[in-house]
Design a protein around this ligand. Sequence first.
Ligand code: EPU
Length: 327
Amino acid sequence: MNTFGIEAKASEFVEVHSEDELIKLLKEVNTKALFILSGGSNMLLTKDIDALVIHNKIKGIHSEILAEENKVLLSVGSGENWHDFVQYCIHKDYGGIENLSLIPGYVGSAPIQNIGAYGVELKDTFYNCDAVEIKSAKKVTFSKEDCDFGYRDSIFKNGAKNKYIITQVRFILSTANHNLNIHYGAIKSELENKGIINPKIRDISEAVITIRKSKLPDPNEIGNSGSFFKNPVIKVSHFNTLREKYPEIPSYPIDKKNIKVPAGWLIEKSGFKGKRWGDAGVHHKQALVLVNYGNASGKEIKELAEKIQKTVKSNFDIALETEVNIF
Ligand code: EPU
């Protein structure tokens, strides 16, 4: 139940299939320690879980064509698999999330870290979400503004952290004249390779799937949680100093004072790419992805992550923050 393939035991475990079932359960469990489990694709378990694990199985996709031209509102159960939902939309020709193809995890976790890939983020099509407050077992709706989305960030990682369980997520997608996002270099060249001049959303989804498969390990084959660290944002002055020593350092502008640097480059430059300690390693095609080759423990992966953080800090004076949640 975790894509890193780590062995860990839960002291208690329950599945919930609807919001009503969840509300009933929360009223019964009262002050018990809880652990909310969705797709298990963004977490590293370093020990057994001494809590009641609630596994989200809230399913269902409902669509409503809006009066606004070419728009559809989709309301999706938080326990739906994200990629299956993306494929459902491609099949129906609903545009807006095709660049987010093949991201592991469930729909309900997507707003928590504002998932993003190839120039698109969840927030671009997000409308609102329903959640249940754990303490009161009451239902609340969070608008897009309430969610306070940022780069791999939202209110659910800050003020609302561990306080709510998301049950439904709503998106507004396009039904025609899709606003395609094909500017990301790798997508452009993948479409060119295939000789596609006027891409449809399905072509973009397929291009993204090809790119992801070529770079990122399949969790069904090699345990991993995608990007282990966030791409750090540093001061432009700091970047300029680094560029004197490393003229080839890649970067993405943020604003006048800040600039983002790919963590994968910092890790590769620090010599970790493709290295392995026992069954814990750094992927050979994408240094931002830590992998479990079989029987690594969560502790071993965590130790490797700390070794990387220490080395990157000493080489570049940059503190890498984890993107994956460590328990
Ligand atoms: N790079 C290296 N060596 C590496 C990996 C990357 O030098 O081993 C450098 C290259 O210069 C490359 C640049 O980093 O051009 C960016 O690499 P890539 O396009 O693979 O993207 P990323 O910044 O490493 C981010 C997301 C991914 C997302 C891709 C594509 C984060 C933390 N990660 O990775 O998201 O798929 O962009 O948009 O922002 C995830 O969050 O789990 C995830 C996989």
